[in-house]
Write a protein that binds this ligand. Sequence first.
Ligand code: GTP
Ligand code: MG
Length: 320
Amino acid sequence: MEDPKELIARVRDQNDKGAIARLISIVERPVTNESRDLDEWLAQQAESGFVIGLTGAPGSGKSTLVDRLISQIRASDSSVAVVAVDPSSPFSGGAILGDRVRMQSHTQDPGVYIRSLATRGHLGGLTVAVPRVVRLLEALAFPWVLIETVGVGQVEIEITGEADATVVVINPGWGDSIQANKAGLMEIADIFVINKADRAGVRDTRRDLENMLELGAHDHRPPILETVATSGEGVEMLFEQLTDLRDGLISSGELAKRRAARRLAEFDRLVSATLRSAVESVTERNDLRDRVREGSLTPSKAAAELVALIKLSIDDKEGV
Ligand SMILES: Nc1nc2c(ncn2[C@@H]2O[C@H](COP(=O)(O)OP(=O)(O)OP(=O)(O)O)[C@@H](O)[C@H]2O)c(=O)[nH]1
Ligand SMILES: [Mg+2]
């Protein structure tokens, strides 16, 4: 494994995208020594970026929109990193490969870094990996980080919760906003985008959305924007709104609050993931489960024994 410090220097001095990829594969594995070293460095870096999650039904136009947003951000002379996340895919490919093609015009641009993350057998999976990767990208001096999640399941919503702000993308047409509501997207949206506004039904969809927002308890009613991602129409406005949102969250202190809550959530997730993996590795090495299954040991005694065994294995490691 390469020294994280050297990799960071290569990113800083030579804008080496390969070094970014290596650093990502280190932070993805939170309990290794290299990753802990990197954490120390990360903790010293300013949290100066703004992280936007884009979520919405498959095919709603998120990647096309991200591609256009990249252009807007680059035109403002900032650099941008994009993380495309597909929790349903066990490997990078398929839909994510499609995203790469969609954002291809930017891959040669030194101010743009695009990375896809798919489910791998890492500790805690994507819900642990994504926030760490995002924090790394921010620390590597990307002032904007965009996270695109494919689909609107529970995991996607959890991942979106790792962003500073969330854009929910829906399309015109009957039922789309109702689906978004069912999926729990009304509560997490900072901005709604009706993309594919070149299609019929935009007004109805806007009215549906407004009605649903009326019922919810929002301190700030999220703005509803219309875009045609394929032509770029409305994207400049979206970028303006995102910039205003960022400035507002900073000046009200809300951004700091959201980030503090996320640090705690990361801690909680790491604790459960670490404990779960300790439970698994201890369970593998004895017959507690078998004895519970046959009824020769009560579940509560087995649980107590398991905890004692985990404690022993931790003491062992500390003694080394
Ligand atoms: N008519 C129209 N088509 C659009 C618009 N935006 C995107 N599309 C098309 O919709 C299709 C899906 O776009 P993507 O950007 O891949 O959508 P996505 O939400 O990233 O899809 P997944 O990542 O698979 O969930 C593509 O064929 C786009 O060209 C739009 O504003 N109008
Ligand atoms: Mg996509």
